[in-house]
Design a protein around this ligand. Structure first.
Ligand SMILES: C[S@@+](CC[C@H](N)C(=O)[O-])C[C@H]1O[C@@H](n2cnc3c(N)ncnc32)[C@H](O)[C@@H]1O
Length: 464
């Protein structure tokens, strides 16, 4: 029986509007049943008699209501994050944006940076690590890095600075070595980096950023990545206008790829780099009041299509070019065209491992696990030793709650490459989840011993 039947359609609609107004989060058609389940779960936990009384509680202005929002937000938000997420954007920050800001700020030696929607802290800590790497006299600077999020549970994890191997899936060994201590629960971030970031509970839609509670203003750089994908268009526009006020003239905003598609960007200059688009607040305050006062050319800055760099001479249609286009589209989360391109690669080269694996990744990201598994198996039929395919299959099995299959796959990865530390640690995590602390500890010790052993081995590179 559909859960929606317990919750009248009209009332569910009211919940959806209330959630959007309070958090910006938009509930997609396919997620309505999931939302109904979450609401019914909260009603049961609070021992309330009806969905209507739960709605009244959320809509009221009371401490109990504020507390309940916190509980519900934990259920509504997606807090997926990892260190150095989107390597391209972080390279751009490390090589171009941050050096430019450092040069600009060298007289005052101050930098103000904000990771808005920072989840469990991997993003602001990645920025702090980059600054540590590129700013030799960092101790002489006054660096403020804020990490804010609406989800208090995520922030509590961020404050601890303890991460499991899953947060390091894209991290180079030297970063792990230089900035983390291995501990029994995973890896502890060193204090010198932790101290650079200040975490705050902040709702991007309702908060006044420069209020005495937060004091966030005159920023050099704002990162708000993988947050707007969950927002409705109106909420994005509201937050974008507030970011504009918070960023100093000439300061930068970075979002996830194509997250500002269809938004009015007239107050920002869009700078296009191969790795990403960056939005720069115009250097001078505008004298023009409304969008219609602006010259037509400037008004045209409302992005009509997701921005994609186009070369003047079209590249020849080779499998290599098509694959690289497919990968770019994948990174921009333009999944439909990424799939089309990857399939074109397969028409030219029916045994192209990378195209099959890319299709598997795309479908996994879309939550279409059956197709993802199908393409993983196609990839395996071409190269049965490539461990990334088994890593993806293990992750999917875990997502689907099939822990036994996930464990078997992780064991297979270790069999194929005994140096794959993340597989030991992930296996340890799964055993711990099942309450098998003996095996969990064994795997963890094996992973960490291996890490120590390989620390001095320069040929080592953690796969995946
Ligand atoms: C997928 S995570 C992104 C984390 C990080 N920026 C990254 O790219 O890895 C999205 C985060 O946005 C937060 N979020 C959602 N709505 C928000 C709001 N209205 N105000 C502040 N944070 C919000 C969620 O709690 C979640 O932690």
């Amino acid at each position: 029986m559909s859960l929606l039947r317990h919750l009248e359609k009209a009332l569910l609609e009211k919940f959806i509007h209330l959630i959007a107004a309070n958090t910006g989060l938009s509930v997609r058609e396919q997620d309505r049943n999931g939302l109904a389940r979450k609401i019914l779960f909260r009603i049961k936990s609070l021992k309330l008699f009806s969905p209507e009384s739960y709605y009244q509680l959320l809509a009221s202005e009371s401490n109990q209501s504020r507390q309940e929002w916190q509980e519900l937000i934990v259920l509504l938000t997606t807090t997926e994050s990892y260190f150095f997420r989107d390597r391209g954007q972080l390279n751009l920050l490390q090589k171009i944006i941050l050096p430019e800001l450092i040069q600009r700020q060298k007289a005052t030696k101050t930098l103000k940076i904000w990771s808005a929607g920072c989840s469990t802290g991997e993003e602001p800590f990645s920025l702090a690590i980059i600054l540590q790497e590129i700013l030799p006299d960092l101790a002489d600077w006054q660096i403020s890095i804020w990490g804010t999020d609406i989800n208090r549970e995520a922030l509590a994890k961020a404050e601890k600075g303890v991460y499991t191997s899953w947060s390091f899936r894209l991290v180079e060994r030297k970063i792990l070595q230089n900035y983390f201590h291995p501990i029994s629960q995973g890896f502890q971030l060193k204090d010198e980096i932790r101290e650079l970031v200040k975490f705050e509970n902040l709702n991007l839609v309702t908060a006044r950023f420069d209020s005495p509670n937060y004091n966030i203003y005159d920023l050099d750089l704002v990162l708000c990545r993988n947050v707007f994908i969950y927002f409705d268009k109106e909420a994005i526009a509201t937050v974008l206008a507030k970011f504009h006020q918070t960023i100093k003239p000439g300061g930068y905003l970075l979002t996830g790829h194509a997250e500002l598609y269809g938004q009015n960007l007239q107050n920002f200059q869009t700078k296009i780099y191969p790795e990403s688009i960056v939005y720069q607040r115009s250097k001078q305050r505008s004298l023009l009041k409304s969008p219609s006062d602006r010259p037509v050319r400037e008004r045209a800055k409302i992005i009509e299509k997701p921005p994609i760099r186009q070369s003047i001479t079209p590249a020849p249609t080779t499998a290599k070019n098509l694959y690289s286009e497919a990968q770019t589209r994948f990174q921009q989360k333009a999944y439909t065209s990424a799939i089309a391109k990857a399939k074109q690669v397969l028409q030219l080269e029916p045994r192209n491992f990378r195209a099959y694996f890319l299709l598997a990744q795309i479908y996994a990201n879309l939550g279409k696990y059956e197709q993802a598994i199908h393409y993983c198996h196609q990839a395996i039929s071409i190269d049965s030793f490539a461990i990334e395919t088994y890593q993806l299959l293990a992750k999917i099995a875990e997502e689907q709650g099939d822990i036994q299959t996930a464990k078997n796959l992780l064991k297979k990865i270790i069999y194929l490459d005994y140096r794959c530390i993340s597989a030991y640690l992930e296996l340890s995590h799964l055993y711990a989840r099942e309450g098998d602390s003996k095996r969990a500890e064994k795997m963890e010790v094996a992973g960490k011993e291996l890490l120590r052993e390989l620390t001095n081995d320069s040929s080592f590179a953690e796969p995946g």
